[in-house]
Ligand binder design. Structure first.
Ligand code: 1YM
Length: 643
């Protein structure tokens, strides 16, 4: 980033494009959507400017404040936005930066923009989508202020407010509630993302203050990626003492990688390009894995750990227990994204760069750490053997599916009668008795019922080969009919929706998380394609004096009703089993009346963490997580549950 310091900004190099009305007309084009996700995008845009300033070497602390008045304030101690006159526009530079939509690149494309977002042009977009937007700049010994309202209209031109010895920029904005479907910022969403930024920018202090309820957090990691890996590792036992770090630059691309192996079989490799998470991986991840594999094979051959007659290790052998963060910084003109959501890095140079850095770094490390090197190779060989056995077990399952034993492999499935795979729904129901009600209450044309007895096995703690011995799991796999793990093919799924239906209590929540863990580990596509749901049974049945029945999902609804003072009879449902078939149909299964939670994976890190917390050994943390995240009320945000 040393180069950046030499790039001096000239106010005239800003390219001017069009007015902010374009943004208000089509917000989706600029921030993706106008729901909670788009709303949070506003915060990322402003924070990314501060992070750019940190990357340039001038900012050490970023503070984000969620105001009680619905505003967000982002404050940094960088150089401060330039305050001079922008000659060609004949306006102050802050006015140009914050109220005119700019071209990409760091204002003319000459720079090396590294934090992602809208190429540093996001500030004006945020202004366009805010009902108020205030900027305070400390620079050149003075405090200056400029204000906008109603989507970027200037209400107070740049004005000197006093003098200061400090430098920095503060932006405070109030999102426009005529544009966004919600304007409620989420502390947990913002703190997760800020934490990630702190991991990726060693030494940078990021604080978050929630003035709505006095919460605050501070993140600062002097050993960023190493600490990131340790965080993902949690309290799981490592195979190697400390994460290994590879750093280097090739093809104008800087790569920084931290990795470790844990005593487990799951894999978490997260990629970032210019500080932006690449949820679907891409060339940097491919390069890293290929470098890792090359180094390990080379070492194993040379040291006779792989005999001549042995096949080379392949990518699947070395991924068990691997935790890694792969972060690349790529010049703006080389950056390419792929895939529907642009979550996949496409830049081909990144593959070579990461492969080279990893292969060299890892080969060197293996030579220096003989004992650990042997352990890693042996772990890979063991993984290969286990996979081979699992493959045989899966083949046996497939054979049985074709043959007459298929019924046994489906457990107690009551199939749907219709053949429209996309329309068909599979209910996974807690317990045999609720299963019975669901079976008689369902619409048999498109609803299938699979009752699950007792607790589901923990997929996070069980090897695939043992999972495949579990009856419950095998009947789920076979009912869905799309395979498992690497073999999973969503096009073969027998169901458009898989709906988890449990009691509204802690046990039910636990069964949900066990099932979600299984789906997340072995049928992730099902979640990614929005096929997994949780059914929400009502909490209360209220009968009035005329014997009219009403179902309620919220404690609040009940309170409201009781306030009316009418005489009613209230039944609190403790479990699905208390409902008869008709009641279960009309409250929880009928597509016109039921309430479902769609399960989505927004954030790989959050999901990884959740599952480690959920399925790890810490039962106290698990209880906390369930209480915090699995809600049986219909408050905001609970229609979606991010795992
Ligand atoms: C709370 C948001 O925007 N900080 C910020 C922005 C800029 C600078 C410093 C900055 C950049 C440069 C030179 C440069 C921006 N400057 C511009 C522009 N925080 C926040 N901090 N001096 C100051 O890039 O050369 C746009 S953003 F255009 F003026 F350079």
């Amino acid at each position: 980033m040393a180069d950046d310091k030499n790039l001096s900004y000239t106010e005239d190099s800003i390219q001017v494009l069009e007015g902010l009305d374009a943004v208000r007309k089509r917000p989706g084009m600029y921030i993706g959507s106008t729901d909670a996700k788009g709303l949070h995008h506003l915060v990322w845009e402003i924070v990314d400017n501060s992070i750019d300033e940190a990357l340039a070497g001038y900012c050490t602390h970023i503070n984000v404040i969620l105001g009680a008045d619905g505003s967000v304030t982002v404050k940094d101690d960088g150089r401060g936005v330039p305050i001079g006159l922008h000659k060609t526009m004949n306006k102050s530079t802050p006015e140009v930066i914050f109220s005119i939509l700019h071209a990409g690149g760091k204002f003319g494309g000459s720079g090396y923009k590294t934090s992602g977002g809208l190429h540093g042009v996001g500030s004006s977009v945020v202004n366009a989508l805010s009902r108020k937007f205030n900027v305070t700049i400390n620079r050149d010994g003075v405090v200056s202020e400029i204000k906008f309202a109603k989507g970027g209209q200037l209400t107070q031109p740049l004005k000197q407010k006093g003098t200061t010895k400090l430098t920095g920029t503060t932006v405070q904005f109030w999102p426009d509630d005529t544009i966004f479907s919600t304007t409620k910022f989420s502390f947990s969403v913002i703190s997760e993302r800020l934490k990630e930024s702190a991991f990726l920018n060693s030494g940078l202090k990021i604080t978050l203050v929630d003035e709505r309820n006095d919460k605050h957090v501070e993140y600062k990691y002097d050993d960023g990626l190493v600490e990131f890996v340790k965080e993902l590792q949690g309290d799981q036992k490592a195979v190697i003492a400390a994460p290994i770090v590879f750093k280097g630059s090739a093809n104008a691309i800087e790569s920084e990688i931290a990795m470790t192996y844990i005593d487990d079989f799951s894999e978490s490799v997260l990629g970032f390009a210019n500080n932006v998470k690449t949820v679907d991986g891409g060339t940097h991840i491919t390069g890293f894995k290929s470098g890792l594999l090359k180094a390990l094979n080379e070492y194993a051959r040379k040291n006779n750990l792989l005999k001549e007659r042995d096949k080379k290790l392949d990518a699947n052998d070395v991924k068990e227990g691997l935790i890694a963060i792969v972060s690349v910084k790529i010049p703006e003109d080389l950056i390419q994204y792929e895939g529907q959501t642009k979550g996949k890095l496409g830049t081909s140079e990144a593959k070579a760069a990461c492969e080279e850095v990893t292969e060299q770094g890892f080969a060197f490390w293996l030579l220096e750490n003989k004992q650990l090197a042997i352990t890693i190779v042996e772990k890979a060989l063991l993984a290969r053997r286990a996979r081979e056995e699992a493959r045989k077990a899966r083949a046996a399952v497939r054979e049985q599916k074709k043959g007459s034993k298929v019924k046994n492999m489906l457990g107690k499935l009551t199939p749907a009668q219709g053949r429209d795979k996309f329309k068909n729904e599979l209910f996974l129901v807690e317990g045999n008795s609720a299963g019975g009600s669901a079976k008689s209450g369902r619409d048999r044309k498109f609803q299938a019922i699979l009752p699950l007895r007792g607790k589901v096995i923990n997929a996070e703690k069980t090897k695939l080969i043992d999972l495949l011995k579990n009856e419950e799991i095998v009947s789920i796999i076979n009912s869905i009919g799309a395979g498992i793990g690497a073999d999973f093919d969503i096009d073969d799924s027998n169901y458009g929706k898989v709906i988890i239906m449990t009691d509204a209590d802690t046990d039910g929540a636990h069964i949900q998380t066990l099932l979600l863990t299984f789906f997340y580990r072995y049928m992730k596509e099902l979640i990614i394609n929005k096929r997994v749901y949780i059914a929400l049974p009502p909490l209360f049945k209220v009968t009035n004096s005329k014997k009219e029945v009403q179902y309620l999902w919220l404690e609040d609804e009940l309170k409201q009703l009781l306030k009316q003072g009418k005489k009613v009879e209230i039944q609190r449902y403790k479990g699905l089993g208390e409902m008869n078939a008709d009641q279960l149909w009309s409250t929880t299964m009928d597509p016109d009346l039921r309430k479902l939670i769609l399960v989505t994976i927004e954030d790989a890190l959050a999901a990884e963490n959740s599952f480690r917390i959920l399925m790890g050994d810490d039962s106290e943390k698990r209880k906390e997580w369930i209480e915090e995240n699995v809600k049986f009320t219909l408050e905001e945000n609970t229609e979606f549950m991010d795992i």
